[in-house]
Design a protein around this ligand. Sequence first.
Ligand code: SF4
Length: 229
Amino acid sequence: MNARLALEQQITTCKGCPRLRRHCAEVAKEKRAAFRDQHYWGKPIPPFGPNTAKLLVMGLAPGAHGANRTGRVFTGDRSGDWLYRALHRAGFASQPQSTGANDGLVLRKAVISCIVKCAPPQNKPTTMEIKRCTERFASQELRLFQSTRVYVALGGLAWNSLWTLLGQPSPRARFSHGKEVRLHLANPDGPHRYLIGSYHPSQQNTFTGRLTETMFDSIFERARKLLRS
Ligand code: SF4
């Protein structure tokens, strides 16, 4: 079995956080009324995108009725609608909508993942759940997606986790929307790599106008520019 398949199998069968596994299973059983006739995935969510991706977008955790329903990261809820539209406008996604695992969408040079693979109650994983999941899986993902040159962290928790996983020095740079850091690398002669911060496209941010589509587009335009440089 190749490394990607092995990782996906480890993720989808993980039972490391009983609270999260219980929550995902309960949501999958109870369902939202609008999705009553659908089968919910109800398992941890692996990353989506090619191993050769140059851009890695890291979110916090799957949505209970989004990815936990469809089985694809950021798919089937409003946050995902925002993310895939922006990726499509920037040329990283073949289509602007991501509705289900078999909708034909292809990511170009981009991969999307979450630091926590199971949908948490109230979208709030505990510190221990974040630590456990990143140590088990996000660290493996960063090694697997070794062509990545630009990391986009959606929100402060993803920023903090990536900072640690990418072995960056203390003190950690403070997260803000549009914050860009050139990463310190073990091999200084290799290609430059960057971490960019973005507000998460959660409804909390998009409904309040804290994050606009123009602001979100600027993140992926910048990523595109850095990849061309
Ligand atoms: S959050 Fe991560 S470590 Fe915890 S059960 Fe889900 S996949 Fe496993």
